[in-house]
Design a protein. Structure first.
Length: 335
């Protein structure tokens, strides 16, 4: 038997069928109560709700603020203005949506739905109309947004949750060192793989993101060609690194390569060239990002797509690294 590695003196041509849904949009929730508490600091109503002695809110239960809702509305308006009718989303409807099991993500998706509905029905959501809203009208909004139609599904997926820092999520670095000295020292030695107490390591989060990409492929196998995903900022950045083939290998890369994600920002990915529908790839090769609430009011700017190249697989030289060259001539006795 002869072991040969792909790329060793031969060119590998990937003729496999496409493995992902044509079009993927990943969005972050709007401003949450926790973010407002951190911004406004001790003494503010938001801080008391989140960190006060009487607070019983879990981080997964943080709602969005009024600003966060407005950010979600703008994202829905942008979706309605810029996506329906294109070859990326010809029906104007995402075939499937999955979201993190967080209240702030749910509320943002609701705001997105209302924003899109208002865009399609200008005037119907005036203040006068809002006062007259009934359960029947709200039900009609849900139906119109295809959020409860038989052909449409929204699912929650715990893999989309934010990175979990466990017991140290609400304490300072100094408190971490004092209370959990052994774990703190271990993290200093290997912060990429060592978890915080009852929390996750960066590698754990990368593994979750890889698992999500596997789910995307299974959705495609089941016939889904457009997908909307809602999550939190840091995980959204990690998922982006996995989808674009820029997976960090150490802590320095993790900090450098994971993009900062704004509230209610959306990352768009396509297997189909947005400028040429005949140019299709097996996995995502075009990416764009939008933050509609930062756009001038009434000017929903089209996404600026960029083609990206997934880095090549490791070469034999990469595998050998700094192995001394004379070792390559050693005999195979193993003694």
């Amino acid at each position: 038997m002869v072991l040969r590695l792909a790329g060793e003196g031969n060119q590998v041509v990937d003729n496999r069928p496409r493995a992902m849904p044509n079009f993927l949009v990943v969005f972050r929730h709007g401003q949450s109560l926790g973010q407002a508490a951190d911004k406004n600091g001790p003494g503010s109503p938001e801080y008391e709700q989140v960190y006060g002695p009487k607070s019983t809110l879990l981080s997964s239960e943080w709602p969005i603020t009024r600003l966060g809702f407005r950010q979600g509305l703008r994202l829905g308006e942008w979706f309605e203005d810029c996506l329906p009718g294109s070859h990326l989303l010809p029906t104007g409807v995402f075939e499937r949506t999955i979201i993190a099991p967080y209240t702030r993500v749910e509320r943002t998706l609701g705001a997105v739905a209302v924003g899109a509905f208002r865009r399609r029905n200008p005037g119907i959501m005036s203040q006068a109309a809002l006062r007259a809203v009934t359960e029947e009208m709200l039900s009609q909004v849900r139906i119109d947004m295809r959020l409860d139609a038989d052909t449409y599904r929204i699912g929650k997926d715990a893999r989309l949750r934010e990175m979990d820092f466990g017991l140290v999520s609400t304490i300072t670095k100094e408190e971490f060192e004092e209370k959990y000295r052994e774990a703190y020292n271990a993290r200093l030695r290997d912060p990429m793989y060592i978890r915080t107490p009852h929390g996750e390591s960066p590698v754990d989060v990368i593994d979750r993101a890889r698992s999500v990409t596997g789910a995307l492929s299974r959705f495609h196998d089941a016939g889904t060609e457009s997908l909307l995903v809602g999550t939190s900022g840091r995980f959204m950045g990690v998922l982006d690194s996995v989808l674009t083939g820029r997976v960090p290998q150490n802590t320095a890369q993790f900090k450098q390569m994971i993009p900062d994600v704004d509230n209610a920002e959306a990352f768009l990915y396509s297997c189909v060239n947005p400028a040429d529908p005949t140019d299709q790839r097996r996995s995502y090769r075009w990416r764009a990002s939008v933050v509609p609430w930062k756009m001038p009011r009434g000017q929903n700017i089209q996404p600026q797509w960029e083609e990206f190249t997934v880095p090549n697989s490791m070469t034999i030289a990469d595998l050998l690294g700094d192995t001394p060259s004379e070792w390559l001539l050693d005999d195979s006795a193993g003694t």
